[in-house]
Structure formats: structure tokens, C-alpha cells
Design a protein around this ligand. Structure first.
Ligand code: ARG
Ligand code: ZN
Length: 883
């Protein structure tokens, strides 16, 4: 009844997929809710293929079976067996009704999967999380996404303890019971898989808004949170309304129930969940207020609210046939969310943010022991596959296809996909098929992207022939082997490009042998072979190519640019993304220069170009802040054969020091003062941009004049009107080990003691302290009374920040960081396997560490793996790590 690994881990394979022998057409559930014990009565209307009746097997984990009846008759013990998480029932036929009554224990559920308690026994509330396989922790069921049923749910509970009762669907009556209890019923007319089931019960407050869909249907939006948080839900409500309007306009999709509920909880394994009609959010992605949320967090709330809402079509109305197709809903929904955020904010900044995330989180995944295709071929524990590859790379694949079809073609294709598969559980083939059919194009070649792990390297070489005025661009691709995939094939890679003349102007493109688009200044070349050459004619001088514009494919580009070429793009490319990208490439070269201690051409060019841009007031402040930020330590580590994280950290610091010196102390200070004079509480783009640049300028100043920077940071901390400024200043003080850091931390601790989301930031900012000393701080912080292994946000804010975002502090050469993490993972795993397994992925990349750290990491991971009784989740991760 547990998923502990003593039961040998079985692999589930895509190639073994079989349509379900049994289906459930209708589900009636009745919950008698209690914190220690909840009874669940279920009535399943069964259907089976009459030609070959298979034995009826239902999933069920940790359930105490109290009662079982088939077609109204109690079943004798000989007619059913419940073992190894399967209930087998004899005698069921097509049309049979199976009734079971089970008991579950919410307060004992620390895994936060199934039905559990959020908060304390006295004041907390009950809620569910079913994706991927939580429903089987609530009742017996065919717990797989291709079994779609309509649900009627009745909740019964003590009125005083659980005044609010919610389930997905439309409300269908409520009333009093005679013993101080009350009831409420919900009917969901849209057939759905069990992973979209949800209920919530407890003391919650609400805010409401009336909404009228584009076609004139009125409905109600309700956001629920605990009393102290409800006043922080207004921003999410506005974001929800914007998202609903956007989906109507961009995709012609309307909401389809009479009411849409959204609930915030502090106890949640993931970001949020799109349960039909009852979205449940990690409070981190729903609550927002200027005093405790940063600008980044505001944008994240807007994005996640939209993401979950968009799932109502991309996920709920059209769902996944099996969990291998997870990216069908996640990649597509991330893509829709990114489009929405780009429309609400700045498209170029959004693209920069998304690509930076892809490089920081997905590229290392694709390059390490956990690499898997966007559609994995097998898994042991599906919860381990809610990854950057499935989500972020999955979105990039949709983006490539959307780019191929163009705006109108993609919309036509999406209309076709939604209408053809509405109410169905679909596959990625269905998706590409619908998009292709609507446009008379075969998109089958893109399936290879879904099946092949690893990031392709695209190498570009350009040759200018002055005599013939031709420019030949040779593009070749190569993907390194990944676990289980030794041989890789060529993929279709769309390369959007432009050519610049030496003065930084885009030149008209005349591609030899291709009349279409002649003279356009930008076009897309598709590279689908190992190597291909393209000849451009009528090119008057050796051009500088701007490749993969807008990041047109998720690949690593290697190009023999001279530093001056990149500097030219950094100054002149009108594509905001590629301008940033040129700066990133230049900074990466500068990093290589510093490491090798050789010529500093790239470093000079980078500093020179940026200091020029720094003085250019026409550059958007937020873009400038991004331009002034070199690639992160994780990204830079990917350039190393053997990684020494302290070394990477030191080199990156040097890089910033050079930049700061080139811009100049006084210039930085002046700019900071000018930006600080504008302090405002507003959330508009210009105010956010100023805050972002102000922080970056202060960080750069801290590299060359810590004393001055710490003085300014202290003032900023003391006078901050919002969390963005307060946390930005605090981070500069803490990371610079400023004498003022201590008082600021103590002040923050006291001021936000009752605000869990702000306290998470207090833990994180200290977990990011550079250098070996952070280990002591982490130990100290774990014994803070506010720390607990039971809350996923708290665990991630301390251990996640440290092990994942502070390579210099985590990777101590003596291995004590690895030992501490491994030890905590073991404890955490006994409470919450999903969270332990995700945190364990922080070891990713250990194989490329320099020998001393490599050996220490191996022994810590091996010791963890050898520990008996690890969850299936954590077992799969550590075993893959050691492979
Ligand atoms: N479907 C959710 C989303 O919007 C993620 C939920 C995953 N939960 C889990 N325990 N695996 O992305
Ligand atoms: Zn999602």
C-alpha cells in the first residue's frame, strides 16, 4: 500500500499502451469529510467491450475498504481481491454498477497527493491533488487519463468546521443535515479523467467577479483563500479576467461552466493545478501584494493563473491519452501562456526570460543523466516527468510548428485540433495531424523532436566571396548521445536569419535557387540534414549573420563570429532577443578569455559595447538590465569539460567587475541615484523596468565599490516602498557580506514572521550566500523555528535555492554539501516523495564535476541510493543519476 521501492520498480512503456478494457461512464461520489478520517462512497457505472470481457481491475492506494457491492448486491469476500494497489472484482459486466465505501486519513497524508490537510488541525482546510495518480488515493478507480466520466459529487461535513464545501462542476444544491453537518452537491457535465477531480472544504474567504463571455454567457469567478490572504487575491482576479478574454480573442475559446473557482494553499507540491472548474494554486502563484511580492512574482502570478485557465481547453476539453503524452497539454499550455504574457508585457523581454530559463533548467537536464525525450518512452514514476523538458522544451516544439504555419495557419490548425478532439484523450500524433490537415501540410517530421532527447548543436560557418558577391552559409547539426539513445538523427531545425552589412543595416536576402521572398530582410531556412549550405547572392560586403532570430529552435548555436561581429549585432540588431543573445555570446567568449588568460578581444568588445549602450537613453531600461547580465553560473558551467563551480563563480564575478570598471564607478552611481529618485509603487512596465535596472546597477557597483553600494543598499532597504526594492537591497547586502546585512535580516525576519511567502524569501536570500560558508548558514536556518520539512515551499526556499541556484556554495570540495543534502533527502522522502525526488535532481551535472567533487558527489549519491525503503520517486532519480 505504499510505493516504497522494496516492491521492485516496474517500468511503464509507451509501446505497451493498450486502450482500457473497462470504462466508467458516470461517477457518483459522496464524501463524509473529517480531518482524521474521511469516508468516500463511490458508485461507478461501468462499461466494457462486450466481445472479450477482461477482469475488472481498479487502482487504489492506501484505501481501507469498508463496503463493496456489485449491481446492488453485497459482494462476498471470494469475489474480490485487494492487493498490490489493485482491486480485482469478479462478475462485473457491461452496464454493471460497482459501489464501494472506503476510508482515508487526510491528516496523516504528508505526501500531499490525494486528499490532505493544508495548515493546522485547528484552522486548516481539506483539499485534493490528483494529477497524475492521486485519485487512486481517494477511491478505487480506473485511474488513467483515457477513462473519461461525468461526475456528481456530494460533500458532507460539519458546518462549523467546514463552512465552505467545493467541488468541480456546477453547483447542484446544498442544505443542512440534522447533526450540525451540511451538504453541497456539484455536477460536472463535461466528461473528464480522474486526474481533474478536485474538492476543497474548510474555512475560506472569497472574492467574486461577474464575467460575461464573448458570446454573452454570464458566469461567476470566485477566488478563495484563508482569511489573512484573501486581500492579496485581487491581482490574480484581474489576471484571470485578462486570460479569459485573451483566450476568447486569440483562440476563440470560452469557458464552459457557470462558475470558476480558484483556491490558494500554502501546502502544495507543484505550482498549481487545472482541476476542472476548481483550480488549486500554490499560494506563491496566486497571492500578490506590493509589500510582500516582487515584480517577478507579479508576472509569475499572471502567467500561472493564465496557464491553469488555458488548460481548460488544452488539457481538459482535450486531454491526454496516456502520461507519455503529457507535453500535449503542458508544452502547448506553456506556449499559450508565453504568448499571453508576451502580449500583456514586452514580447522581447518575455522571450529573453523564457530562453534564459530553458538554458538554465532544460539544457542541463538534456545534457545529463536525467535526459529524456519530450515524449518519454518509459518511466517508473510519472511524477518525475513534470520536467523542464516536457514543459519548456515542449513549448519550444509547439513554437517551431506555430512558426512554420504562421499566425493564421496555426489558428486554423488549433481550431481543427479543438473541434476534432473535443471530449477526447488525444496523442501528439493527433495534435500534429490536426494542425497539418488544417493547412494541407505534413508535420510528421516534427515527431522526431518529441522522440529524441538531447540538445542539438548547430554549427554555422560563413564564407564571403567578394568576386562573386556571394555569401555561403553552411549549417550543420549534431546531437550528442543521451542515456538509452546512442545514435541521434538529424531534426528539422528552422533557422530564422538576417544578414547585416558592416554598418549594422539589414541587407535584402537573395537566396540562390529560391525566388520566393527575394529581397526580404529576414527569412527562415530549415536545416534537416546533417549539413546544408545556403548561398546568398548580391551581397555587397562580408555580412554579419544574425541567426536563430527570436530563438527559432531550441538548439545550441556555435558560430565562428569575430567579437566585433557580435558587438555589431549587440548594438544594431532590431530583434531585441538577438541583440541580447549577441551580448550573451560575447560574454561567454569573454568568460573563455578570462579562464584561459589569453587575449581579451571578446572581453573588450563586450564591455565596450555595453558601456556605449549604458549611455544610450533610447534603450529600454529592462532590456538594458538584461543586457548587463552575463549568462548564469549554470549556463557557463556547460562550457566546461570539468566543472569547478567555485572557479566558475569567481570568473563570472571578474567578468562583472570588468564591466563595472569600464562603465565607471561614477556613471553607475549617478545612474543609480537617478533611478532611485523615481521610486514608485506602480506596477506599470516603466516602473518595473526602472526597478530592474536599479538593482542591476547596484549589483555592478557592489562589484567595484562595496562600501558605497552597501550604503546605498541600506538606504534602499530602509525606505523601500515595495518588496522588489526591499529584497533587491537585502540581496546585495547579504551576498556582499555587508556589516549591515545582519540588522536588515533581523528586521525582515520580524516584520514578515506571519507571512509565509515573504519568509520563504528570507530563507532563500541567505541560501544564496556565496562560498563555502553558506553550509553553516543552511544548518543554522534549518533549526530556525520557521523551518519545516513538511512544507514544500519552505524546503525549496532553503534547500532548493542552495543546492540548485548556488553552485559555488553547494559544491564544497570536501563534499559536506552533498552529504547534508543526501541526508535531508532521506528524511524528506519519508514525508513527501514528490518533493524529495525533485530536490534530488539538484545533483544533476555531478558527472562533469572536477575529480575531487566528482568523487564526493558519487559517494553521497551512492550512499543515498543504497538506503533501504526509498520511494519509487527518489529511487528512479538516484538510480538514473548513477547510471
Ligand atoms: N498540471 C499542473 C500544471 O499546470 C501540474 C500538476 C502536476 N502535479 C504533480 N504532482 N505532478 O502544470
Ligand atoms: Zn500545466
Amino acid at each position: 500500500m505504499t510505493n516504497r521501492s522494496d516492491a521492485s520498480p516496474t517500468l511503464i512503456r509507451l509501446s505497451d499502451y493498450q486502450a482500457p478494457a473497462w470504462r466508467v461512464s458516470r461517477v457518483e461520489l459522496t464524501f463524509d469529510l473529517g480531518i482524521d478520517a474521511t469516508e468516500v462512497t463511490s458508485r461507478l457505472q461501468l462499461a466494457c467491450d462486450p466481445t472479450g470481457p477482461a477482469p475488472l481491475r481498479l487502482d487504489g492506494e492506501g484505501l481501507t475498504l469498508l463496503d463493496i457491492q456489485l449491481d446492488g448486491q453485497p459482494l462476498p469476500e471470494s469475489a474480490w481481491r485487494y492487493q498490490d494497489n489493485v482491486l480485482e472484482v469478479d462478475g462485473a459486466r457491461d452496464g454493471s454498477v460497482l459501489e464501494t465505501r472506503v476510508r482515508v486519513t487526510p491528516a496523516a497524508n504528508t505526501a500531499l497527493e490525494g486528499l490532505y490537510l493544508s495548515g493546522s488541525r485547528e484552522t486548516g482546510f481539506l483539499l485534493t491533488q490528483c494529477e497524475a495518480e492521486g485519485f487512486r488515493h481517494i477511491t478505487f478507480f480506473l485511474d488513467r487519463p483515457d477513462v473519461l466520466a461525468s461526475y456528481t459529487v456530494t460533500l458532507r461535513a460539519d458546518r462549523e468546521r467546514f463552512p465552505v464545501l467545493l467541488a468541480g462542476g456546477n453547483p447542484d444544491g446544498h442544505g443542512e443535515l440534522d447533526d450540525g453537518r451540511h451538504w453541497a452537491r456539484f455536477v460536472d457535465p463535461h466528461p473528464k479523467p480522474s486526474y481533474l477531480f478536485a474538492l476543497v472544504a474548510g474555512r475560506l474567504q472569497k472574492i467574486e467577479r461577474d464575467y460575461v463571455t464573448g458570446s454573452g454567457r454570464p458566469l461567476q469567478l470566485v477566488i478563495w483563500a484563508e482569511a489573512d490572504a484573501i486581500r492579496h487575491c485581487g491581482y490574480a482576479m484581474d489576471a484571470l479576467e485578462r486570460a479569459m478574454r485573451w483566450d476568447e480573442q486569440a483562440y476563440g475559446r470560452e469557458y464552459d461552466l457557470d462558475v470558476f473557482h480558484v483556491v490558494a494553499t500554502h501546502d502544495f507540491n507543484m505550482g498549481a493545478m487545472e482541476n476542472k472548474g476548481l483550480n488549486i494554486f500554490n499560494a506563491k502563484y496566486l497571492l500578490a501584494d506590493p509589500d510582500s511580492s516582487t515584480d517577478e512574482e507579479y508576472r509569475a502570478v499572471e502567467a500561472v493563473v493564465a496557464h491553469e485557465y488555458f488548460h481548460n481547453w488544452s488539457g481538459n476539453r482535450v486531454t491526454c491519452r496516456d502520461w507519455f503524452q503529457l507535453s500535449l497539454k503542458e508544452g502547448l499550455t506553456v506556449f499559450r501562456e508565453q504568448q499571453f504574457s508576451a502580449d500583456m508585457n514586452s514580447p522581447a523581454l518575455k522571450r529573453i526570460e523564457d530562453v534564459a530559463l530553458l538554458r538554465r533548467a532544460q539544457f542541463p537536464e538534456d545534457a545529463g543523466p536525467l535526459a529524456h525525450p519530450v515524449r518519454p518512452a518509459q518511466y517508473s514514476e510519472i511524477n518525475n516527468f513534470y520536467t523542464a523538458t516536457v514543459y519548456e522544451k515542449g513549448s519550444e516544439l509547439v513554437r517551431m510548428v506555430a512558426g512554420r504555419l504562421g499566425r493564421d495557419g496555426f489558428r486554423r490548425g488549433m481550431d481543427q485540433y479543438f473541434s476534432r478532439h473535443d471530449g477526447q484523450a488525444a496523442t501528439l500524433e493527433d495534435f500534429l495531424g490536426a494542425l497539418g490537415d488544417a493547412n494541407g501540410i505534413d508535420l510528421g517530421a516534427y515527431l522526431a523532436w518529441y522522440a529524441q532527447a538531447g540538445t542539438p548543436r548547430l554549427t554555422a560557418r560563413g564564407r564571403y566571396d567578394a568576386a562573386h558577391r556571394t555569401y555561403t552559409l553552411t549549417l550543420s547539426q549534431h546531437t550528442a548521445p543521451t542515456p538509452g539513445q546512442p545514435h541521434k538523427r538529424a531534426l528539422p531545425i528552422p533557422v530564422k536569419l538576417a544578414l547585416f552589412d558592416p554598418r549594422g543595416r539589414m541587407v535584402p536576402l537573395h537566396l540562390a535557387g529560391n525566388g520566393a521572398d527575394a529581397g526580404a530582410s529576414e527569412r527562415v531556412l530549415v536545416v534537416d540534414k546533417a549539413e546544408q549550405s545556403f548561398v546568398f547572392e548580391q551581397v555587397e560586403a562580408a555580412p554579419v549573420p544574425s541567426l536563430l532570430r527570436g530563438f527559432s529552435a531550441p538548439v545550441i548555436l556555435e558560430c565562428d563570429y569575430a567579437p566585433a561581429d557580435l558587438a555589431l549585432l549587440l548594438r544594431h540588431d532590431p530583434d531585441g532577443f538577438n541583440r541580447w543573445e549577441a551580448g550573451q555570446q560575447l560574454a561567454a567568449r569573454a568568460y573563455d578569455n578570462l579562464r584561459e588568460g589569453n587575449s581579451s578581444a571578446a572581453l573588450d568588445a563586450w564591455c565596450e559595447a555595453l558601456s556605449a549602450l549604458f549611455g544610450d537613453t533610447s534603450v529600454d531600461a529592462a532590456l538594458l538590465a538584461d543586457l548587463l547580465t552575463p549568462p548564469g553560473e549554470i549556463e557557463l558551467s556547460e562550457r566546461e569539460r570539468q566543472v569547478n563551480p567555485s572557479h566558475v563563480h569567481a570568473l563570472r564575478q571578474q567578468l562583472q567587475e570588468h564591466l563595472a570598471l569600464r562603465i565607471g564607478r561614477e556613471t553607475l552611481e549617478q545612474r543609480y541615484t537617478a533611478l532611485a529618485a523615481h521610486t514608485s509603487l506602480e506596477l506599470d512596465a516603466a516602473s518595473q523596468a526602472r526597478r530592474r535596472l536599479k538593482r542591476r546597477v547596484l549589483e555592478l557597483l557592489a562589484r567595484i565599490d562595496p562600501w558605497a553600494a552597501h550604503g546605498l543598499a541600506t538606504l534602499q532597504y530602509d525606505n523601500a516602498p515595495n518588496m522588489t526594492d526591499r529584497l533587491g537591497a537585502l540581496a546585495v547586502l547579504v551576498r556582499g557580506d555587508a556589516p549591515q546585512a545582519h540588522a536588515a535580516l533581523a528586521h525582515f525576519r520580524e516584520r514578515y514572521a506571519d507571512n509565509p511567502l515573504a519568509m520563504d524569501k528570507w530563507f532563500s536570500v541567505q541560501a544564496l550566500l556565496p562560498g563555502a560558508v553558506v553550509l553553516e548558514r543552511v544548518r543554522q536556518l534549518e533549526s530556525d523555528p520557521a523551518f519545516t520539512l513538511k512544507n514544500p515551499n519552505r524546503v525549496n526556499s532553503l534547500f532548493g535555492a542552495w543546492a540548485r541556484s548556488n553552485p559555488d556554495g553547494f559544491h564544497r570540495p570536501d563534499g559536506s554539501g552533498y552529504q547534508l543534502l543526501a541526508e535531508r533527502l532521506r528524511q524528506l522522502d519519508a514525508l513527501n516523495p514528490q518533493v524529495s525526488a525533485r530536490l534530488a535532481t539538484a545533483f544533476n551535472g555531478w558527472q562533469r564535476l572536477e575529480p575531487t567533487r566528482h568523487a564526493a558527489a558519487r559517494s553521497a549519491i551512492a550512499a543515498l541510493a543504497a538506503h533501504p525503503g526509498l520511494s519509487r520517486n527518489l529511487t528512479e532519480i538516484v538510480q538514473s543519476m548513477l547510471q
